[in-house]
Design a protein around this ligand. Structure first.
Ligand code: GCO
Ligand code: MG
Length: 402
């Protein structure tokens, strides 16, 4: 099963996506998502200029060997661009293997560990009433878990307040938009939001909140403690996580569960967090953390330490990643939850897929491989458009983490 062709397809059906398409001598093709929001062309070049020439002629069945060849062979290890490119190759090879043996990928990963995959959606609003209404719409739509974000009074650009109800799309065409941030206003406000949400929706719905890397460890400890009465499913990305040791301090102060890892690209970003039991959910995902192969290694380590998975699944991760994530989620024992922000209708048409949503849960479907494809003719109608994620500044002008 030699690889005879590999190509990068860049399209923008509502937002930018980079997709790797690998084809074998039998004419089987596999897809991998290679989208790195705001830095898309760097991954496209890494694949086209440095990886694709090495793939031609290789045996598509040697998934682990190809992973190690690309990882060790580059000499320069890790980093989001490298790891997103390797992820795309790995995902495409699992897709090819599934198609070659005519089985859905989750069966090759050990089979289903559960009947379906619980997902959460994003509810947000420019004030508490709007956020309550948005959570209500998700609950009515059958969701068992909802992430709630709200603009802080007098700070309209708090993280998570997006355009539209179903898609959360922070990247904007042109240069990076600037947003303002105030920890002083945020910290006392968030508990009032969750106090209201629990009053409106009762104890059963799972409520989540994304801090989006904005606090210091001691501030995060305070926030987690003040949210304890509202028993969140998780508090996400409380601090920027380059300093794994910082989570020890958060953990000392709160029992609110902690989720982290959407920007991690390998197990080396989180091994200390996991083995020290400083976190509860690891959010690494197929497209940025080394594909299905490496994500399984992270999950297997996490399982030993009672840490469960909660893969990133925002709108900027393509339906190819979503499909791969669902095969992983269904199979892995220590699954926790999967983020699911819907794609626009344009995106769904460009990437026809077998995965389904009903009653708050998803299933990858039983098509062979990943069960997702790309309509290249349609994709060509949506050319790439440069777009950037926002940046954040504190009120005195100091750059802050967005
Ligand atoms: C999430 C994330 C996203 C990111 C986005 C960046 O929890 O879904 O924080 O919304 O901001 O994926 O590209
Ligand atoms: Mg997040």
């Amino acid at each position: 099963m030699r690889i005879t062709d590999a190509r990068v397809i860049i399209c923008s059906p509502g937002r930018n996506f980079v997709t790797l398409k690998v084809t074998t001598e039998e004419g089987i093709h596999g897809l991998g998502d290679a989208t790195l929001n705001g830095r898309e062309l760097a991954v496209a070049s890494y694949l086209t200029d440095h990886i694709i020439p090495l793939l031609i002629g290789r045996d598509a069945r040697r998934i682990e060997d190809t992973w190690q060849y690309l990882y060790k062979g580059a000499y320069w290890r890790r980093g989001p661009v490298t790891m997103t490119a390797i992820s795309a190759v790995d995902t495409a090879l699992w897709d090819i293997l599934g198609k070659a043996v005519n089985r859905p990928v989750y069966e090759l990963l050990g089979g289903a560990s559960r009947d379906s995959v619980m997902v959460y959606g994003h509810a947000n609003g420019s004030n508490v009433d709007d956020t309550v209404a948005a959570v209500g719409r998700y609950v009515t739509a059958g969701y068992k878990a909802v992430r709630a974000q709200c603009a802080i009074p007098d700070m309209p650009h708090a993280y998570g307040v997006g355009r539209g109800d179903l898609y959360y799309e922070p990247a904007e065409r042109g240069t990076p938009p600037e947003t303002a941030w105030s920890t002083e206003r945020y910290l006392p406000f968030v508990p009032t939001l969750f106090e209201r949400l629990r009053r409106e929706f009762g104890p059963d719905v799972h409520l989540l909140h994304d801090v989006h890397h904005r606090l210091t460890p001691i501030e995060a400890g305070r926030l987690g403690k003040s949210l304890e009465p509202y028993h969140l499913f998780w508090m996400e990305d409380p601090v920027p996580a380059e300093l794994q040791e910082g989570f020890r301090l958060i953990r000392q102060h709160t029992t609110t569960p902690i989720a982290v890892g959407e920007v991690f690209d390998s197990v080396f970003d989180c091994h200390q967090l996991i083995t020290s039991q400083w976190i509860d959910y690891i959010r690494t995902t197929v497209v940025h953390a080394g594909g299905i192969s490496h994500l399984r290694k992270i999950a297997n380590l996490a399982e030993l330490y009672h840490v469960r998975t909660g893969s990133h699944g925002a709108t900027d991760l393509s339906p190819v990643c979503m499909a791969a994530a669902l095969h992983f989620d269904l199979s892995v024992h220590n699954f926790g939850i999967q983020e699911y922000m819907r794609h626009t209708d344009d995106t769904d048409l460009v990437f026809p897929h077998a995965y389904t949503f009903a009653d708050g849960v998803m299933h990858p479907g039983n098509a062979s491989g990943l069960g997702v494809d790309i309509d290249e003719l349609l994709a060509a109608q949506y050319p790439y458009e440069p777009a950037y994620l926002p940046v954040a500044r504190r009120q005195d002008g100091t750059m802050h983490s967005w």
